[in-house]
Design a protein around this ligand. Structure first.
Ligand code: PLP
Length: 398
């Protein structure tokens, strides 16, 4: 079945294919056709599809206790919090079910932090072209009018600055005494894998320290090993006060986390925040299996090494191709910016047996699973480069 269904809200522009199975870096459609997955469910399936360690953990936990409620202690949740705090240098975790919810928790921490300091209308600084989610607060934090349009009135309490511009932070500080936090992505994924300029995150940290703001990093797309560090901020030797995770944490089992340290870890007390499903035994068990596998198979280091190799290969394969504006990457996040809109490449890739994404109109985005083999990586480089060359060749001939 590859027809649209009238029973679903038409929130997604779907490609005409129905996916039914996955294993490792491969997925199969309902006709039995095989695809090499260079997107991993948008940075979710870092361990690839149907990873046995996650499947076994989920099955075992489903047979034992799927859900119980945060009225009680949940050992898997406590273990996961301990593992994540040890991996990240944060002190406490709050668990939820998605990236947007993790950011909502961060924003609530920021507001409480402000109120505790006598700031009645706390404001959070966010960046141009940021993406933080689709709830009302997170779409307001998102720097993309298309995502906000039609959902006004937007939420109050956000100030926007250009991504990468440290002086803008001090200008805001000089005029707005009600700022309490900065929310920033180490790499802007949806915006087209836009990496912060060198020193930017350290500069944000410094500004937050000087002005008494919380530094909050949205690592929903960058986290859990993808950039070659467990958190991208660790690659910049920066420690945020609050970090949000989701996507790859459960390898497809929905789970989000808001991690905090220092004073930020103390502001949410009993009754101040919560969610029914958050941190249930099933999701936490899946996430524990993800962390075990990531560590056991040294996949974070693999993301760094293979990411650097693939980047070099892309640079070689696309060298001198007119219309390729820039190749950006961090670990296994790739953005290949073209000088023209290229959304149709998603369909063309599908026809060629490849799952890829185009974001921001003209950026081919690749977020392959961390478990891809050298051979699969090379097939992605060859396949995607050939598609881009052919697409740009046709454009310039037209
Ligand atoms: N923040 C970032 C950086 C993201 O990439 C995403 C999703 O793409 C989100 C937040 C929202 O996460 P979710 O779709 O799980 O709500």
């Amino acid at each position: 079945m590859s027809e649209a269904s009238d029973s679903l809200m038409s929130t997604y522009a779907r490609l005409p294919v129905t996916m039914v199975r996955g294993a490792g870096a491969r997925a199969w459609d309902s006709e039995g056709r095989e695809y090499l997955d260079a997107l991993a469910g948008i940075a979710v399936c870092g361990l690839g599809h149907s990873h046995p360690a996650v499947a076994d953990a989920v099955a075992d936990q489903a047979h034992t206790l799927t859900h119980i409620s945060n009225f009680y202690h949940i050992p898997q949740q406590q273990q996961l919090a301990e593992r994540l705090t040890a991996l990240t240098g944060h002190e406490r975790a709050f668990f939820c079910n998605s990236g947007a919810e993790a950011n909502e928790a961060a924003l609530k921490i920021a507001r409480r932090y402000g109120h505790e300091r006598g700031i009645d209308e706390p404001a959070v600084i966010v960046c141009e072209n940021a993406f933080h989610g689709r709830t009302l607060a997170t779409l307001t934090a998102t720097g993309n009018r298309k995502i906000q349009a039609g959902f006004e009135p937007l939420v109050q309490g956000f100030l926007r600055v250009p991504f990468g511009d440290l002086e803008a932070l001090d200008r805001v500080a000089a005029n707005r005494p009600n700022v309490v936090a900065v929310l920033v992505e180490p790499v802007q994924g949806e915006a087209g894998i836009r990496t912060a300029p060198d020193g930017y995150l350290a500069g944000v940290r410094d500004a937050c320290d000087r002005h008494g703001w919380l530094m909050m990093c949205d690592e929903i797309q960058t986290g859990v090993g993808r950039t070659g560090e467990f958190l991208a901020q660790q690659g910049s030797e920066v420690a945020a006060d609050v970090t949000t995770l989701a996507k790859a944490l459960g390898n497809g089992v929905p789970i989000g986390a808001c991690l905090a340290r220092g004073v930020a870890a103390e502001v949410l007390g009993a009754g101040s925040h919560g969610t029914t499903f958050g941190g249930n035994p099933l999701a936490c068990r899946a996430a524990l299996a993800v962390l075990d596998t990531l560590e056991g198979d040294q996949l974070t280091a693999r993301a760094a090494g293979l990411g650097a190799h693939m980047r070099t290969r892309f640079e070689q394969r696309l060298a001198g191709v007119e219309g390729v504006k820039e190749i950006r990457s961090r670990g296994l996040m790739f953005g290949i910016e073209l000088d023209t809109d290229c959304g149709e490449l998603m369909q063309r890739a599908l026809d060629a047996g490849l799952l890829i994404n185009v974001t921001a109109g003209n950026v081919v985005r690749l977020l392959p699973p961390l478990i891809i083999s050298d051979d699969e990586a090379e097939r992605i480089v060859e396949g995607v480069s050939a598609l881009i060359r052919e697409f740009l060749g046709r454009k310039s001939a037209a």
